[in-house]
Design a protein around this ligand. Structure first.
Ligand code: C2O
Ligand code: CU
Ligand code: CU
Length: 488
Protein backbone atom coordinates (compact mmCIF):
# COMPACT_ATOMS: atom_id res chain seq x y z
CA UNK A 1 0.00 0.00 0.00
CA UNK A 2 1.23 3.52 -0.70
CA UNK A 3 0.16 6.48 1.34
CA UNK A 4 -1.36 9.63 -0.02
CA UNK A 5 1.92 11.51 -0.18
CA UNK A 6 3.67 8.75 -2.08
CA UNK A 7 0.69 8.57 -4.39
CA UNK A 8 0.88 12.30 -5.16
CA UNK A 9 4.61 11.91 -5.68
CA UNK A 10 4.05 9.10 -8.14
CA UNK A 11 1.49 11.09 -10.14
CA UNK A 12 3.86 14.05 -10.26
CA UNK A 13 6.71 11.84 -11.44
CA UNK A 14 4.58 10.34 -14.20
CA UNK A 15 3.43 13.75 -15.28
CA UNK A 16 6.89 15.22 -15.61
CA UNK A 17 8.69 12.17 -16.91
CA UNK A 18 8.11 12.71 -20.66
CA UNK A 19 9.29 16.28 -20.42
CA UNK A 20 12.45 15.24 -18.59
CA UNK A 21 13.14 12.61 -21.19
CA UNK A 22 12.72 15.19 -23.94
CA UNK A 23 15.02 17.59 -22.20
CA UNK A 24 17.59 14.87 -21.74
CA UNK A 25 17.63 14.42 -25.51
CA UNK A 26 17.65 18.17 -25.92
CA UNK A 27 14.42 18.58 -27.83
CA UNK A 28 12.37 21.75 -27.63
CA UNK A 29 9.02 19.97 -27.68
CA UNK A 30 7.47 16.66 -28.74
CA UNK A 31 5.84 18.43 -31.71
CA UNK A 32 6.96 17.58 -35.17
CA UNK A 33 7.37 20.14 -37.91
CA UNK A 34 4.29 20.59 -40.04
CA UNK A 35 4.69 21.28 -43.76
CA UNK A 36 1.56 22.98 -45.14
CA UNK A 37 0.14 21.05 -48.14
CA UNK A 38 1.44 22.26 -51.50
CA UNK A 39 -1.23 23.44 -53.94
CA UNK A 40 -0.21 23.41 -57.60
CA UNK A 41 -3.67 24.18 -58.98
CA UNK A 42 -5.04 22.66 -62.17
CA UNK A 43 -2.81 23.41 -65.11
CA UNK A 44 -3.85 23.94 -68.73
CA UNK A 45 -0.64 25.04 -70.39
CA UNK A 46 0.26 28.43 -68.92
CA UNK A 47 -3.14 28.84 -67.26
CA UNK A 48 -3.31 27.63 -63.70
CA UNK A 49 -6.58 27.41 -61.78
CA UNK A 50 -6.69 27.55 -58.00
CA UNK A 51 -9.76 26.90 -55.88
CA UNK A 52 -9.50 28.40 -52.42
CA UNK A 53 -11.98 28.55 -49.64
CA UNK A 54 -11.79 30.66 -46.55
CA UNK A 55 -13.09 28.56 -43.70
CA UNK A 56 -13.26 28.24 -39.94
CA UNK A 57 -12.60 25.21 -37.79
CA UNK A 58 -11.13 23.87 -34.58
CA UNK A 59 -7.42 23.13 -34.33
CA UNK A 60 -5.32 21.23 -31.80
CA UNK A 61 -2.49 23.64 -31.13
CA UNK A 62 -2.28 23.28 -27.36
CA UNK A 63 -1.80 19.77 -25.89
CA UNK A 64 -5.33 19.33 -24.58
CA UNK A 65 -7.53 22.18 -25.76
CA UNK A 66 -9.04 22.99 -29.14
CA UNK A 67 -8.62 26.47 -30.60
CA UNK A 68 -11.15 28.08 -32.95
CA UNK A 69 -9.16 29.06 -36.03
CA UNK A 70 -9.48 30.32 -39.60
CA UNK A 71 -7.74 28.87 -42.63
CA UNK A 72 -7.63 28.51 -46.38
CA UNK A 73 -8.47 25.00 -47.68
CA UNK A 74 -7.74 23.74 -44.16
CA UNK A 75 -8.72 24.65 -40.63
CA UNK A 76 -5.71 26.75 -39.68
CA UNK A 77 -3.55 28.91 -41.97
CA UNK A 78 -3.39 28.50 -45.74
CA UNK A 79 -2.08 25.86 -48.09
CA UNK A 80 1.15 26.80 -49.90
CA UNK A 81 0.48 28.05 -53.43
CA UNK A 82 3.10 27.47 -56.11
CA UNK A 83 3.19 29.02 -59.59
CA UNK A 84 5.85 29.85 -62.17
CA UNK A 85 6.97 33.06 -63.76
CA UNK A 86 5.07 33.31 -67.06
CA UNK A 87 1.97 31.53 -65.75
CA UNK A 88 -1.43 33.13 -65.79
CA UNK A 89 -3.16 32.31 -62.53
CA UNK A 90 -6.92 32.23 -61.98
CA UNK A 91 -7.64 32.09 -58.27
CA UNK A 92 -11.22 31.53 -57.18
CA UNK A 93 -11.73 32.47 -53.55
CA UNK A 94 -14.93 31.38 -51.81
CA UNK A 95 -15.71 32.98 -48.46
CA UNK A 96 -17.19 30.33 -46.19
CA UNK A 97 -16.96 32.26 -42.92
CA UNK A 98 -19.59 34.55 -41.44
CA UNK A 99 -17.57 37.71 -41.87
CA UNK A 100 -16.51 39.68 -44.91
CA UNK A 101 -12.88 38.93 -45.75
CA UNK A 102 -10.32 39.33 -48.54
CA UNK A 103 -7.19 37.56 -49.73
CA UNK A 104 -4.30 39.78 -50.76
CA UNK A 105 -1.25 38.48 -52.68
CA UNK A 106 1.50 40.21 -50.74
CA UNK A 107 4.57 41.12 -52.81
CA UNK A 108 2.95 40.44 -56.17
CA UNK A 109 3.13 42.79 -59.16
CA UNK A 110 -0.40 42.70 -60.54
CA UNK A 111 -3.41 44.74 -61.70
CA UNK A 112 -5.07 46.60 -58.83
CA UNK A 113 -8.36 44.75 -59.29
CA UNK A 114 -6.61 41.42 -58.67
CA UNK A 115 -4.71 42.64 -55.57
CA UNK A 116 -7.13 41.43 -52.91
CA UNK A 117 -6.90 44.56 -50.80
CA UNK A 118 -9.73 46.36 -48.97
CA UNK A 119 -11.45 47.13 -52.31
CA UNK A 120 -11.88 43.45 -53.17
CA UNK A 121 -13.94 42.38 -50.17
CA UNK A 122 -15.72 39.05 -50.37
CA UNK A 123 -19.03 38.86 -48.49
CA UNK A 124 -19.97 35.64 -46.71
CA UNK A 125 -20.92 32.87 -49.17
CA UNK A 126 -19.63 34.93 -52.10
CA UNK A 127 -16.81 34.15 -54.51
CA UNK A 128 -14.11 36.41 -55.92
CA UNK A 129 -12.00 35.65 -58.97
CA UNK A 130 -8.47 37.05 -59.10
CA UNK A 131 -6.63 36.67 -62.41
CA UNK A 132 -3.15 37.88 -63.27
CA UNK A 133 0.07 37.01 -65.09
CA UNK A 134 3.08 36.21 -62.97
CA UNK A 135 5.66 38.66 -64.32
CA UNK A 136 8.24 38.53 -61.55
CA UNK A 137 11.18 36.29 -60.69
CA UNK A 138 11.25 33.40 -58.23
CA UNK A 139 10.40 34.58 -54.72
CA UNK A 140 8.78 33.70 -51.42
CA UNK A 141 5.59 35.75 -51.27
CA UNK A 142 2.58 35.24 -49.08
CA UNK A 143 -1.13 35.90 -48.94
CA UNK A 144 -3.41 37.08 -46.18
CA UNK A 145 -6.67 38.81 -45.39
CA UNK A 146 -6.74 42.59 -45.92
CA UNK A 147 -10.25 43.41 -44.76
CA UNK A 148 -10.67 47.04 -43.60
CA UNK A 149 -10.34 47.23 -39.79
CA UNK A 150 -10.35 43.41 -39.58
CA UNK A 151 -6.95 42.49 -41.01
CA UNK A 152 -5.33 42.12 -37.59
CA UNK A 153 -8.00 39.82 -36.23
CA UNK A 154 -8.40 37.71 -39.37
CA UNK A 155 -4.67 37.17 -39.90
CA UNK A 156 -4.21 36.44 -36.20
CA UNK A 157 -6.85 33.72 -36.36
CA UNK A 158 -5.22 32.10 -39.40
CA UNK A 159 -5.96 33.80 -42.73
CA UNK A 160 -2.39 33.67 -44.02
CA UNK A 161 -0.35 31.32 -46.19
CA UNK A 162 2.74 31.17 -48.37
CA UNK A 163 2.83 31.84 -52.12
CA UNK A 164 5.98 30.57 -53.80
CA UNK A 165 6.99 31.73 -57.27
CA UNK A 166 9.45 29.62 -59.19
CA UNK A 167 11.26 30.31 -62.46
CA UNK A 168 13.64 28.61 -64.90
CA UNK A 169 16.68 30.67 -63.90
CA UNK A 170 16.46 29.70 -60.24
CA UNK A 171 15.86 26.03 -61.08
CA UNK A 172 19.27 25.91 -62.80
CA UNK A 173 21.09 26.94 -59.60
CA UNK A 174 21.14 23.54 -57.90
CA UNK A 175 19.68 25.05 -54.73
CA UNK A 176 17.69 22.79 -52.42
CA UNK A 177 14.21 23.00 -53.97
CA UNK A 178 12.31 19.88 -53.02
CA UNK A 179 9.31 21.12 -51.06
CA UNK A 180 9.08 19.45 -47.67
CA UNK A 181 12.32 17.51 -48.25
CA UNK A 182 15.08 20.13 -48.25
CA UNK A 183 13.04 23.27 -48.93
CA UNK A 184 10.68 24.36 -46.16
CA UNK A 185 8.15 27.11 -45.54
CA UNK A 186 8.63 28.51 -42.03
CA UNK A 187 5.75 30.77 -41.02
CA UNK A 188 6.65 32.32 -37.68
CA UNK A 189 3.85 33.74 -35.53
CA UNK A 190 3.49 34.63 -31.87
CA UNK A 191 0.16 33.95 -30.18
CA UNK A 192 -1.53 34.55 -26.86
CA UNK A 193 -4.07 32.00 -25.60
CA UNK A 194 -7.08 32.29 -23.33
CA UNK A 195 -7.67 29.70 -20.63
CA UNK A 196 -10.26 27.92 -22.78
CA UNK A 197 -7.76 27.49 -25.61
CA UNK A 198 -9.02 30.27 -27.86
CA UNK A 199 -6.66 32.94 -29.16
CA UNK A 200 -6.61 36.04 -26.97
CA UNK A 201 -6.73 38.96 -29.37
CA UNK A 202 -6.44 42.57 -28.16
CA UNK A 203 -7.09 42.07 -24.49
CA UNK A 204 -5.33 45.24 -23.41
CA UNK A 205 -4.82 48.80 -24.55
CA UNK A 206 -1.13 47.99 -25.00
CA UNK A 207 -1.97 45.26 -27.52
CA UNK A 208 -3.69 47.69 -29.82
CA UNK A 209 -1.07 50.38 -29.36
CA UNK A 210 2.14 48.37 -29.77
CA UNK A 211 0.51 45.78 -31.99
CA UNK A 212 -0.62 42.33 -30.89
CA UNK A 213 2.17 40.20 -29.47
CA UNK A 214 1.95 36.80 -27.80
CA UNK A 215 4.04 34.65 -25.50
CA UNK A 216 3.87 31.45 -27.57
CA UNK A 217 5.67 30.93 -30.86
CA UNK A 218 4.08 28.83 -33.60
CA UNK A 219 5.81 27.63 -36.75
CA UNK A 220 3.32 26.69 -39.47
CA UNK A 221 0.72 26.52 -36.70
CA UNK A 222 2.69 24.25 -34.34
CA UNK A 223 4.33 25.24 -31.05
CA UNK A 224 8.16 25.00 -31.12
CA UNK A 225 8.31 22.05 -33.55
CA UNK A 226 11.28 19.84 -34.34
CA UNK A 227 12.20 19.44 -38.01
CA UNK A 228 13.87 16.14 -38.83
CA UNK A 229 16.31 17.08 -41.57
CA UNK A 230 16.62 14.58 -44.40
CA UNK A 231 19.44 16.43 -46.16
CA UNK A 232 22.57 18.16 -44.90
CA UNK A 233 21.79 21.45 -46.69
CA UNK A 234 18.42 22.88 -45.71
CA UNK A 235 16.63 25.80 -47.33
CA UNK A 236 14.33 27.70 -45.01
CA UNK A 237 11.82 30.20 -46.36
CA UNK A 238 11.29 32.29 -43.25
CA UNK A 239 8.14 34.40 -43.19
CA UNK A 240 7.40 36.66 -40.27
CA UNK A 241 3.63 36.18 -40.33
CA UNK A 242 3.20 37.80 -36.91
CA UNK A 243 0.85 40.72 -36.41
CA UNK A 244 3.47 42.97 -34.85
CA UNK A 245 6.60 41.34 -33.50
CA UNK A 246 10.05 41.91 -35.00
CA UNK A 247 12.39 38.95 -34.56
CA UNK A 248 16.15 38.89 -34.11
CA UNK A 249 16.88 35.39 -35.35
CA UNK A 250 19.95 33.24 -34.75
CA UNK A 251 20.81 29.64 -33.89
CA UNK A 252 21.59 28.73 -30.30
CA UNK A 253 25.02 27.42 -31.37
CA UNK A 254 25.56 30.64 -33.28
CA UNK A 255 26.20 28.76 -36.52
CA UNK A 256 26.54 30.78 -39.71
CA UNK A 257 24.03 30.44 -42.54
CA UNK A 258 23.75 31.88 -46.05
CA UNK A 259 21.07 34.43 -46.85
CA UNK A 260 20.03 33.79 -50.45
CA UNK A 261 16.80 35.73 -50.88
CA UNK A 262 14.82 38.70 -49.56
CA UNK A 263 11.13 39.64 -49.96
CA UNK A 264 11.37 40.02 -53.73
CA UNK A 265 13.52 36.99 -54.57
CA UNK A 266 17.13 35.87 -54.87
CA UNK A 267 19.97 38.19 -53.91
CA UNK A 268 22.76 38.68 -56.45
CA UNK A 269 25.08 36.65 -54.25
CA UNK A 270 24.68 34.82 -50.95
CA UNK A 271 25.48 36.73 -47.76
CA UNK A 272 26.95 34.88 -44.77
CA UNK A 273 25.41 35.82 -41.43
CA UNK A 274 24.68 34.37 -38.04
CA UNK A 275 21.81 36.65 -37.15
CA UNK A 276 19.03 38.35 -39.04
CA UNK A 277 16.37 40.88 -38.14
CA UNK A 278 12.95 40.09 -39.56
CA UNK A 279 10.07 42.56 -39.14
CA UNK A 280 6.41 41.75 -39.64
CA UNK A 281 5.66 40.56 -43.21
CA UNK A 282 9.32 40.31 -44.20
CA UNK A 283 10.64 37.11 -45.79
CA UNK A 284 14.12 35.80 -46.13
CA UNK A 285 15.45 32.54 -47.54
CA UNK A 286 18.44 30.99 -45.84
CA UNK A 287 20.57 27.89 -46.42
CA UNK A 288 21.69 26.08 -43.31
CA UNK A 289 24.42 23.45 -43.36
CA UNK A 290 23.59 20.75 -40.83
CA UNK A 291 26.14 18.16 -41.94
CA UNK A 292 27.46 18.11 -38.35
CA UNK A 293 24.36 16.11 -37.37
CA UNK A 294 23.57 18.49 -34.49
CA UNK A 295 20.32 19.83 -33.04
CA UNK A 296 20.40 23.60 -33.56
CA UNK A 297 17.53 25.74 -32.26
CA UNK A 298 16.45 28.83 -34.14
CA UNK A 299 15.62 31.44 -31.55
CA UNK A 300 14.64 35.05 -31.09
CA UNK A 301 16.86 37.30 -29.01
CA UNK A 302 15.16 40.14 -27.17
CA UNK A 303 15.28 43.49 -28.96
CA UNK A 304 15.73 46.59 -26.88
CA UNK A 305 13.86 49.40 -28.58
CA UNK A 306 16.26 52.28 -28.89
CA UNK A 307 14.31 55.46 -28.17
CA UNK A 308 14.84 56.50 -24.57
CA UNK A 309 12.07 59.06 -24.71
CA UNK A 310 9.21 59.46 -22.28
CA UNK A 311 6.55 57.51 -24.09
CA UNK A 312 8.80 54.54 -24.75
CA UNK A 313 9.84 54.57 -21.15
CA UNK A 314 6.21 54.36 -20.20
CA UNK A 315 5.53 51.61 -22.72
CA UNK A 316 8.46 49.65 -21.41
CA UNK A 317 7.10 50.05 -17.92
CA UNK A 318 3.83 48.59 -19.14
CA UNK A 319 5.33 45.38 -20.43
CA UNK A 320 7.17 46.25 -23.60
CA UNK A 321 10.14 44.26 -22.39
CA UNK A 322 10.99 41.74 -25.06
CA UNK A 323 12.40 38.37 -24.07
CA UNK A 324 14.36 35.55 -25.67
CA UNK A 325 12.16 32.88 -27.23
CA UNK A 326 12.79 29.55 -28.92
CA UNK A 327 11.23 29.19 -32.37
CA UNK A 328 11.95 25.73 -33.72
CA UNK A 329 14.64 23.10 -33.81
CA UNK A 330 16.39 21.09 -36.49
CA UNK A 331 17.24 17.47 -35.71
CA UNK A 332 20.02 16.67 -38.14
CA UNK A 333 20.99 13.35 -36.57
CA UNK A 334 19.87 11.38 -39.63
CA UNK A 335 20.48 13.93 -42.40
CA UNK A 336 22.06 12.50 -45.55
CA UNK A 337 24.69 14.30 -47.59
CA UNK A 338 22.94 16.80 -49.84
CA UNK A 339 23.53 16.96 -53.57
CA UNK A 340 22.67 20.68 -53.58
CA UNK A 341 25.20 23.44 -53.15
CA UNK A 342 25.52 27.16 -52.46
CA UNK A 343 26.26 28.92 -55.77
CA UNK A 344 28.44 32.02 -55.66
CA UNK A 345 26.20 33.92 -58.09
CA UNK A 346 22.44 33.72 -57.60
CA UNK A 347 20.95 36.30 -59.96
CA UNK A 348 21.52 39.58 -61.76
CA UNK A 349 19.29 42.42 -60.59
CA UNK A 350 17.65 44.80 -62.99
CA UNK A 351 17.93 47.76 -60.62
CA UNK A 352 15.72 50.84 -60.83
CA UNK A 353 17.98 53.69 -61.97
CA UNK A 354 18.39 56.96 -60.08
CA UNK A 355 18.83 58.74 -63.44
CA UNK A 356 15.29 57.69 -64.39
CA UNK A 357 13.59 59.03 -61.28
CA UNK A 358 10.76 61.38 -62.23
CA UNK A 359 9.20 61.95 -58.85
CA UNK A 360 10.09 61.83 -55.15
CA UNK A 361 7.56 61.52 -52.36
CA UNK A 362 7.66 61.57 -48.61
CA UNK A 363 5.62 59.42 -46.23
CA UNK A 364 5.71 60.57 -42.61
CA UNK A 365 4.58 57.92 -40.12
CA UNK A 366 2.89 59.29 -37.04
CA UNK A 367 1.16 58.19 -33.86
CA UNK A 368 -1.17 60.60 -32.08
CA UNK A 369 -0.81 60.18 -28.36
CA UNK A 370 -3.67 61.06 -26.05
CA UNK A 371 -7.22 59.82 -25.55
CA UNK A 372 -7.67 58.54 -29.08
CA UNK A 373 -4.60 56.34 -28.74
CA UNK A 374 -5.65 55.11 -25.33
CA UNK A 375 -9.28 54.37 -26.01
CA UNK A 376 -9.26 53.11 -29.59
CA UNK A 377 -9.94 54.87 -32.83
CA UNK A 378 -7.70 55.89 -35.70
CA UNK A 379 -4.63 57.13 -33.86
CA UNK A 380 -2.06 56.18 -36.52
CA UNK A 381 -1.50 58.24 -39.64
CA UNK A 382 0.68 58.84 -42.70
CA UNK A 383 1.37 62.44 -43.70
CA UNK A 384 -1.12 63.52 -41.06
CA UNK A 385 -4.01 61.56 -42.58
CA UNK A 386 -5.63 58.39 -41.33
CA UNK A 387 -6.78 55.83 -43.91
CA UNK A 388 -9.90 56.80 -45.85
CA UNK A 389 -11.08 54.22 -48.36
CA UNK A 390 -12.73 56.97 -50.41
CA UNK A 391 -9.61 59.13 -50.73
CA UNK A 392 -6.74 58.62 -53.21
CA UNK A 393 -3.55 59.88 -51.61
CA UNK A 394 -1.01 59.51 -54.41
CA UNK A 395 -1.15 59.20 -58.19
CA UNK A 396 1.76 57.41 -59.86
CA UNK A 397 2.59 57.08 -63.57
CA UNK A 398 2.73 53.52 -64.90
CA UNK A 399 6.25 52.44 -65.76
CA UNK A 400 7.85 55.37 -63.95
CA UNK A 401 10.68 55.24 -61.43
CA UNK A 402 10.25 57.02 -58.10
CA UNK A 403 12.03 57.51 -54.80
CA UNK A 404 9.95 57.45 -51.64
CA UNK A 405 11.36 58.76 -48.38
CA UNK A 406 9.86 56.97 -45.40
CA UNK A 407 10.15 59.04 -42.24
CA UNK A 408 9.24 57.81 -38.82
CA UNK A 409 8.10 60.69 -36.63
CA UNK A 410 6.77 58.39 -33.92
CA UNK A 411 8.38 56.62 -31.00
CA UNK A 412 8.22 53.04 -32.18
CA UNK A 413 9.50 51.22 -35.28
CA UNK A 414 7.06 50.64 -38.18
CA UNK A 415 7.55 48.08 -40.99
CA UNK A 416 6.26 49.96 -44.04
CA UNK A 417 4.91 47.94 -46.96
CA UNK A 418 4.03 49.07 -50.50
CA UNK A 419 1.77 47.01 -52.76
CA UNK A 420 2.51 46.10 -56.39
CA UNK A 421 6.25 46.86 -56.32
CA UNK A 422 9.60 45.49 -55.26
CA UNK A 423 11.88 48.33 -54.20
CA UNK A 424 15.56 48.74 -53.41
CA UNK A 425 16.65 50.54 -50.25
CA UNK A 426 19.08 53.31 -51.23
CA UNK A 427 19.69 55.05 -47.93
CA UNK A 428 19.25 54.23 -44.28
CA UNK A 429 20.97 54.88 -41.00
CA UNK A 430 23.68 52.32 -40.34
CA UNK A 431 23.95 51.31 -44.00
CA UNK A 432 22.34 48.57 -46.05
CA UNK A 433 23.38 44.98 -45.50
CA UNK A 434 22.22 41.35 -45.54
CA UNK A 435 18.77 40.74 -46.98
CA UNK A 436 18.20 44.49 -47.25
CA UNK A 437 20.54 44.44 -50.27
CA UNK A 438 17.83 42.61 -52.19
CA UNK A 439 14.44 43.57 -53.58
CA UNK A 440 12.00 44.37 -50.81
CA UNK A 441 8.34 45.16 -50.31
CA UNK A 442 8.53 45.87 -46.56
CA UNK A 443 11.14 47.82 -44.66
CA UNK A 444 11.45 48.53 -40.96
CA UNK A 445 11.74 52.26 -40.23
CA UNK A 446 13.09 53.06 -36.79
CA UNK A 447 11.98 56.01 -34.64
CA UNK A 448 13.33 59.29 -36.00
CA UNK A 449 14.81 57.45 -38.97
CA UNK A 450 14.43 58.18 -42.69
CA UNK A 451 14.68 55.28 -45.13
CA UNK A 452 14.74 56.03 -48.87
CA UNK A 453 13.59 53.45 -51.40
CA UNK A 454 13.62 53.43 -55.19
CA UNK A 455 11.21 51.49 -57.39
CA UNK A 456 9.89 51.16 -60.89
CA UNK A 457 6.10 50.79 -61.05
CA UNK A 458 4.76 48.04 -63.32
CA UNK A 459 2.63 48.92 -66.35
CA UNK A 460 -0.80 48.25 -64.90
CA UNK A 461 -3.13 51.22 -65.26
CA UNK A 462 -6.33 51.71 -63.31
CA UNK A 463 -7.36 55.21 -62.26
CA UNK A 464 -10.22 53.93 -60.11
CA UNK A 465 -8.78 51.05 -58.12
CA UNK A 466 -6.07 51.94 -55.63
CA UNK A 467 -3.22 49.94 -54.15
CA UNK A 468 -2.22 50.35 -50.50
CA UNK A 469 0.88 51.36 -48.61
CA UNK A 470 0.81 50.85 -44.89
CA UNK A 471 2.49 49.83 -41.69
CA UNK A 472 2.48 46.02 -41.47
CA UNK A 473 1.90 46.05 -37.73
CA UNK A 474 -1.66 45.02 -38.44
CA UNK A 475 -3.19 46.89 -35.52
CA UNK A 476 -1.56 50.09 -36.80
CA UNK A 477 -2.87 49.42 -40.29
CA UNK A 478 -6.36 48.74 -38.90
CA UNK A 479 -6.17 51.99 -36.92
CA UNK A 480 -5.32 54.26 -39.81
CA UNK A 481 -1.63 53.95 -40.75
CA UNK A 482 -2.45 53.23 -44.40
CA UNK A 483 -2.78 55.24 -47.60
CA UNK A 484 -3.87 54.60 -51.17
CA UNK A 485 -2.24 55.18 -54.55
CA UNK A 486 -3.42 54.64 -58.10
CA UNK A 487 -1.23 53.91 -61.11
CA UNK A 488 -2.32 55.66 -64.33
CU1 C2O B 1 0.81 42.13 -46.46
CU2 C2O B 1 -1.16 45.40 -47.64
O1 C2O B 1 -0.24 43.70 -47.07
CU1 CU C 1 0.82 43.65 -49.68
CU1 CU D 1 3.30 50.71 -37.18
Amino acid sequence: MINRRQFVQLILTLAILPKQLLQAKGFLSPNSFHVPPLELGKRLGKDVFFDLDIRSGMSMILPNKATPTLGINQNFLGVTLLANKGDRVHIKVKNNIHKTATLHWHGMKLPAKADGGPHQSISPKHTWLSEFDIIQDAATLWYHSHQMHETGSQVYHGLAGMFIISDDESKKLNLPDEYGVDDFPVIIQDKQFNRNGSFAYLSSMMDSMRGMKGNTILVNGVINPVLKAKKSLVRLRLLNGSNARTYQLSFNDNRAFSIIASDGGLLEKPVKANTIRLAAAERVEILVDVSDGAYPILRHTAIQESSGMGMMGMMRGMGNNDKNMNIFQIDASSALKSASSIPQILSKHDNPQQSEVTRQRKLVLQMQMGPRMMFGGDAFSINGKTMDINRIDEVVKAGSTEIWHLENASMMPHPLHIHNVQFKIIARKGGIKGHELGFKDVVLVHPQERVSVIMKFPEFRDAKTPYMYHCHILEHEDRGMMGQFVVV
